[in-house]
Design a protein around this ligand. Sequence first.
Ligand SMILES: C[S@@+](CC[C@H](N)C(=O)[O-])C[C@H]1O[C@@H](n2cnc3c(N)ncnc32)[C@H](O)[C@@H]1O
Length: 155
Amino acid sequence: MRIRICATGRVRGGPEAALIDVYLTRFGRTGRSLSLGPAELHEVEAKKGGAAEEARLLLRGVPDGARLIALDERGRQMGSPDFAGLLAGWRDDGIGDVAFAIGGAEGHAPELRDRADLLLSFGTMVWPHMLARVMLAEQLYRAATILAGSPYHKA
Ligand SMILES: C[S@@+](CC[C@H](N)C(=O)[O-])C[C@H]1O[C@@H](n2cnc3c(N)ncnc32)[C@H](O)[C@@H]1O
C-alpha cells in the first residue's frame, strides 16, 4: 500500500526536512516486508487563492481511489497502535493508496475536509506544518515497527 504525503510549501534542507527523510527512509525499509510503503512527499504551493486553491492542488496529488486522511487539530485523536491497525486494515482490504493532506496557514478548506475519509489530530494544539510533517513521518515509521513486532514502540 503506497503512501503519499500531500503537503503545502516547498521545503529544501533544514532540520525538519532531514528528520522527515530519516523517518520515511526507515518506514520504507521496515514497511517493505509488511506491504506498506514506500511513502513519497508531494508538495504544492498555492501562489494565491488561499485554502481553496491549496485544497485544489492537494487533491490533485491524491491518487484515484486512495483513502485520504487530512491532518487537522480538530480531528480524531488516536493512539499509535490504533493508527497502525487502521493502516493494516486498509492494506488487508486491498486499498492500494493512502494519502495524507497537511494544510497551510489557514488549515483545510471544506472541499478537502469533505473528501477526507478521516480527519486526524495530533492533539488540540496547533503545530507548524513542517512539524506536522515530521510527526506524521515518525508515526508512519512507528506504525510499521508496531506491525512488525519490533521493540521501537514501548508503550
Ligand atoms: C499551522 S497549521 C494550520 C492551522 C489553522 N489555524 C487551521 O485553522 O487549521 C498547518 C497544518 O498543520 C497540520 N496541523 C497542525 N496542528 C495539527 C494537529 N494538532 N493535528 C493534526 N494536524 C495538525 C494541519 O494539517 C494544518 O492544516
